[in-house]
Design a protein around this ligand. Sequence first.
Ligand code: COA
Length: 180
Amino acid sequence: MSGIIRDAGPDDLPRILEITNHAILTGTALWTITPATLETRGAWMAERRAAGHPVLVVVEEGAVQGFGSYGAFRPHDGYRHTVEHSLYVDPAAQRRGHGQAMLSALIAHATQAGLHAMVGGIAAENTASIALHERFGFTAAARLPEVGAKFGRWLDLVFMHRLLGAGPAPTAPHRPGEPA
Ligand SMILES: CC(C)(COP(=O)(O)OP(=O)(O)OC[C@H]1O[C@@H](n2cnc3c(N)ncnc32)[C@H](O)[C@@H]1OP(=O)(O)O)[C@@H](O)C(=O)NCCC(=O)NCCS
């Protein structure tokens, strides 16, 4: 079964919050133990929107089953052709193709936006996400041992990386005040 991907709106925030907090409290996809709130998720969505970045949801039988987004990889303007993405599917709806549909939509969005590279920062123990990303042509470009900690153990971070088609040539040199 597969769902429909659409842009998220403010009405989707309660489900996005629920899925986020389940991931925070039970797993190592998000390296924090502090639950999110409607306010923090709302601010995140508004920030992504203001930057022209997508926040997408996957909907099945009228209910949001997952969400995905991307944003700046790192703050300096030299990274402006690269984004870092994330996606989450409700545990009750996993392994039904929603992750695939969401990752495919994020890649398509970034490609259409003329971006050059996508990076996912994934816990090395998250074999599900790593397998999903490998299916979409991402490769484990770097593994950083013990850069995180949660639930009383060290966590390794794997950066999964994928280039996006040819894309435009980088604008160079980029000077402050010039359009990117
Ligand atoms: C990773 C995640 C998004 C995958 O979503 P999903 O909807 O279950 O994934 P899909 O059903 O589309 O699966 C696509 C492929 O990913 C891989 N995969 C997904 N779950 C897997 C699992 N538990 N074990 C191994 N491979 C898995 C498989 O290759 C699968 O294809 P297959 O079902 O034909 O074998 C989901 O497990 C999740 O939300 N996990 C918690 C949050 C998280 O880890 N997010 C990613 C952080 S970057």
